[in-house]
Structures are given as C-alpha cells and as structure tokens.
Write a protein that binds this ligand. Sequence first.
Ligand SMILES: [Zn+2]
Length: 321
Amino acid sequence: MKLGGPCFLVLLLLVAGCNARSAFDPTAAAAASEALVGQKAISAIESTPVFDADRAMQFVKGIVAFGPRPIGSESHKKVENYILSRLKGIEVEQDAFDVHPTEGTFPVRNIVAKFPGTKDGIIVIASHYDTNWPLRNETYVGANDGASSSALLLEIADQLRGKKREGYSVWLLWDDGEESMRLPWYDPESLYGVRHLAEKWQSDGTLKKIKAFILEDMIGDADLNIEKLTNSTPWLEDLVYQAATRVGYQSHFFAREAQVEDDHQPFLDRGVPATDLIDFNYGYNNVFWHTPEDTVDKLSPKSLGIVGAVTLETVRLIDQR
Ligand SMILES: [Zn+2]
C-alpha cells in the first residue's frame, strides 16, 4: 500500500491506537489468559501441532538467499524448486500458466500442498512468494514481504506432515504473481496467482468447499502488530482474535484498524470467508516496505512463532465450528 498495498493494493484506512491498546491492561489480560489456559484450554492447545519458530526463521533465510525473485526470473525458479523440495511425499497441485501484462509474457506458478482431513471441507492458508518485478534490479529480497509468510507455511507443512488430521482438510497455498508489475500499485497487473486459482476453483466446484481462506503477509516484523481488517469476514476475524487470546498473544493483534486489499480479495469477492494476517507498519511509517531495507535483521523468530501459533489455533477453532 504505498501506504497503499503491501503486497497489496490499497490501504484505505489506517487508524493508529484505536481500540485494544488504549484500553489494554497487560496485567489483567495476562492473568485472564493464564487462567483460561490453566482451567479449560490446555488439553485442546496441547493437541495443536507445535510451531518451531527457529526453523521457520531458517526457511526465511533459505528463501532470501536466492536474491530478488520476480516472476519470470531464474531465482524465482529456484525458490519454486526450494518450496517443492520441502513438500516431498505430500500431495501437491501445481497451477502453472502465463500472464501478458504490458511488460511482456511471464510464467506464474501457484503451489498447493494438500493435507486431507476427516471433515468435509477445506481451510486454505496462503502466502505469496514472489518479489516485485519493478524492483528486480535492486537488492530487494522481501524478507518480510513474501519470504516470512512463505516460510511460515513451510513450517506448518512440516507440522502437518504425516499426521492424521481430525478436522477439515488443510491446503497450503504458495501463490505467485501477487506483486504489481508497476509501482505504485497498479490493479490490473497484480494478484495474478490468486485470481487464476479463485476462478479455477469456482469452475471445478472447489470454491464452495472452502470454509476459510487465511492469508499471511508481512508477519515477521520484530515489532509485530497485526491489523484488524475492516474488510475481512467478521466471524473469521473474531475467531483470529479469540485464537490469539487463547494462546496469550492478543497484545500483538488488532491495536489498529485497516482496510487492505490483498491476495484474499478474489476469494472474498466470491463469498469465501477470508482474512489476512498482516502487519502493515514495517519500520516507522512502513519505511522498510518495498525497499532494499526489507532484510532478515528486521525480523524476529518470535513474531513468526506468534503468528504460527495463532494460525494453528485458528484452524483448530474452525475445525470445531
Ligand atoms: Zn509487497
């Protein structure tokens, strides 16, 4: 968002400190959270896969080591292969097609890893993995923007691998061609991967099986404050906050409100319940966003761990609905 779209398009509204923070009593909240975990939630939480934050951080470093990864580049191909190499033994759907923006013809490659569950329905957890084509000749590696969330999904894949899932099927989606082909953001030449998949899944009947679409974007910032999104599906947004509270991390959630159009938008537009876990204030006034300053040293394994734990707890709560 330029203040406009991180990996997205438009931040129409960003109100700092509008709710939770101003009324937040850390001592009382911590006590309440501990009481909740101690009295009723502990067995449920123990059954949730454990998220390894340090390993997730290693995946971030693994992705950025390839350098800038705009669509159509050699390094993009290497990142595709890196992700696929981590998914051996898992059912993978590859959605490959070309796009034709004014800048030329480019390949777009979505990767979907499928973990079957016992309930009829699908929870999609998504992240884009490309970096901006207009920044292709800069030392821009998108450590937070694209790599952090893609690494989070790789760690979730390792947690789900080989375990029987009591609940909905979980599909992990590394989507491609999210970033705009122009800066500032240009709507018609962006969100290629998710637009293609939303259309494809609508025509083959998959879309109506999707119970929730959870997008992750810019979730590695050491100073983590996930926005409360006014354009996400309200019940799902509420469930994310409930999950954050249950695992004791609610102070990192929803202190600000924003309206963000991101990779979840084509699914929202088709009536799929969707949300976006995003911290769109990366450095003072978002100064690191879409710049060579978006590097691993600005991130923290703790932030990856917080968002990983909240995501897994959200999945568990959706399973129970
Ligand atoms: Zn971006």
